[in-house]
Design a protein around this ligand. Sequence first.
Ligand SMILES: [Zn+2]
Length: 109
Amino acid sequence: MFDATSVSPRAVTRLWTRPGSPVNCYLAGMPQRTCIGCRTVDDQAALRRLVRRGDVVVDGTKPRAPGRGAYVHAGCLGLAVRRRAVTRAFGAGAELDPSLSAELERVAE
Ligand SMILES: [Zn+2]
């Protein structure tokens, strides 16, 4: 069982202020977004921004595309598709740009 008295405050501080920790990034003022694939919160800079253009979902990371966006790790795109997270985020009829899937798969390797 977890015993709070056995963990020193210093250890907790170390745990929560290590690089990549949500609290650390929050304190550093880095924007956080949830990946629609793995549902993990990460730095916005580590995620790709997806934007719906008509019925096609494209990469709107750079330049930042206006409109409703969703964030996903390059390697989580397949997971997002399997979980129907893309449809959930952008509505029925939204199709992922095939070239985008190919590109993100390449990036993730
Ligand atoms: Zn992810």
